[in-house]
Design a binder for this molecule. Structure first.
Ligand SMILES: NC(=O)c1ccc[n+]([C@@H]2O[C@H](COP(=O)([O-])OP(=O)(O)OC[C@H]3O[C@@H](n4cnc5c(N)ncnc54)[C@H](OP(=O)(O)O)[C@@H]3O)[C@@H](O)[C@H]2O)c1
Length: 327
C-alpha cells in the first residue's frame, strides 16, 4: 500500500507510520516538520496545510490510502478537495470529545448525540472548540471514509505525561493516593493498538464511524495491575471526590491533577463506551501490564514527561485525609 499520513510527526501519527512500515507499506508523512521526527523507513514531504496551495508538493503523487489526524476544519477541507478520490481509502482520526453527552453509560458511536459543529467560516480549532471543530472536520470528510473517534491515547512517547503519572508513581511504591473508588470505570487505548487498527482498516477497506478505544476497566484493576507488573509494593488510599476537590486536586490531566480521574456521575459515560463494533471490526487491545511496563521503560530511557501531583502535593493531601479520617 502507498500510504500517506497527513501528520506523522507526533504521537499517534508516528505510531501509525511505525506500524505501516513494519507491515511493509510505502509510507509518506506530510507535515511542516515542527513537531518531531517521523518514523524511520517513512518518507517526509514538507507541506503547510494552513495555506491554500499548501498540499501542492503532493499533487503529482498517487496513494492507495490517506490518514488525516488534523483538528482544524480548514486543513481537512483542503485535504479532501486535493486528495480524496473514490479509489483512495480515507481515514480521519477524530475523538470521543465530539459527543455531547458524557453522562450516559454504554453509548455507541453510531447512535450517540454529537456536539454542534463549529461555524463554517472557522478554519482553526482551539482547545476550547476541540470537540466541535472535530465534528466540523468529520462533516468535511463526508461519506466513504473510516471515521475513527479515538479515546484517551496512552503508552510510550505520549507527549502529555498524563497516563505516565501512574506507572511513574506506582513504581515508587508506598502509600498511593487513589481517586474515587476501585470499581470506577476507566477506558483508554494503547497508541500502538490504535495505530495497528488504523493500518488494518486501510488494508481491508473498512469504512464507517467507530470509537477507537479499549475495553472498560476499573481503576482498581489499572492500579493493582500496574503495580504488580512493575514489581512495586503499594497500598492504595481511596479518597472521594468532595475531599479531592476541597483540596484542589484537579481532574483528568495537568499540574496538580490525578490523571485519568473524572468526577462521577457527571462523566459516567466518558469511560464506559460500548466498543463492541470496533472489536468486531478488528480492534485488539493489549494487556494493561504491557502498556505500563513499556511506558515506564520509555520514561526511564528518554526522561519523558510525567504530569500530575508532585510527591509533596500527594503527601500533603494524604496527610490531610488521615488527619480527618484516621486509619
Ligand atoms: N492524545 C489523545 O489522548 C487523543 C485522544 C482522542 C483523540 N486524539 C486524536 O488523535 C490524533 C493525535 O494525533 P497525533 O498524536 O499525531 O498528534 P497531533 O498533534 O494531532 O498531530 C498533528 C500533526 O499535524 C501536523 N501539522 C500541524 N499543523 C500543520 C500544518 N499547518 N501543516 C502541515 N502539517 C501540520 C503536525 O506536524 P508539524 O507540526 O511537524 O507540522 C503533526 O504531525 C488527533 O487527531 C487527536 O485529535 C488524541
Amino acid at each position: 500500500m502507498r500510504l500517506l499520513i497527513l501528520g506523522g510527526s507526533q504521537f499517534l501519527g508516528r505510531a501509525i507510520a511505525v506500524q505501516a512500515c513494519a507491515a511493509g507499506h510505502d509510507v509518506t508523512c506530510a507535515a511542516r516538520g515542527l513537531s518531531g521526527p517521523i518514523a524511520s523507513g517513512a518518507r517526509f514531504v514538507q507541506v503547510d496545510r494552513d495555506v491554500s496551495d499548501g498540499l501542492e508538493p503532493l499533487a503529482r503523487e498517487a496513494f492507495d490510502a490517506v490518514v488525516d489526524v488534523s483538528r482544524h476544519p480548514g486543513q481537512v477541507r483542503r485535504a479532501v478537495a486535493a486528495l480524496k478520490r473514490p479509489s483512495v481509502h480515507w481515514t480521519f482520526v477524530s475523538t470521543v470529545s465530539v459527543y455531547s453527552d458524557n453522562r450516559t453509560p454504554g453509548q455507541r458511536a453510531d447512535t450517540a448525540p454529537l456536539r454542534p459543529p463549529t461555524a463554517p467560516e472557522i478554519e482553526h480549532g482551539s482547545d476550547e472548540t476541540y470537540g466541535a471543530a472535530k465534528v466540523a472536520c468529520e462533516q468535511a470528510v463526508g461519506e466513504n471514509a473510516f471515521i475513527c473517534r479515538a479515546g484517551l491515547l496512552v503508552g510510550p512517547e505520549d507527549p502529555t505525561g498524563r497516563f505516565a503519572y501512574w506507572p511513574a508513581r506506582l513504581a515508587r511504591g508506598g502509600e498511593v493516593l487513589a481517586p474515587g473508588a476501585p470499581d470506577d470505570a476507566v477506558q483508554f487505548i494503547d497508541v500502538r493498538d490504535l495505530a495497528r487498527w488504523i493500518v488494518h482498516a486501510a488494508q481491508t477497506g473498512l469504512t464507517g464511524v467507530y470509537d477507537g478505544i479499549g475495553p472498560i476497566r476499573t481503576r482498581g484493576e489499572l492500579l493493582t495491575g500496574c503495580s504488580a507488573t512493575l514489581g512495586a509494593s503499594c497500598t492504595f488510599t481511596w479518597v472521594d471526590r468532595a475531599f479531592l476537590e476541597a483540596h484542589d486536586v484537579r481532574r483528568w490531566a495537568g499540574p496538580r491533577s490525578l490523571p485519568l480521574w473524572l468526577p462521577l456521575p457527571d462523566y459516567a459515560g466518558f469511560a464506559t463506551r460500548d466498543t463492541t463494533p470496533a472489536r468486531d471490526a478488528g480492534l485488539r487491545s493489549r494487556a494493561i501490564s504491557e502498556t505500563a511496563r513499556d511506558t515506564l521503560g520509555w520514561l526511564r530511557a528518554s526522561n519523558g514527561p510525567v504530569v500530575g501531583l508532585t510527591i509533596e502535593e500527594e503527601r500533603d493531601v494524604l496527610a490531610a485525609w488521615h488527619a480527618r479520617s484516621p486509619r
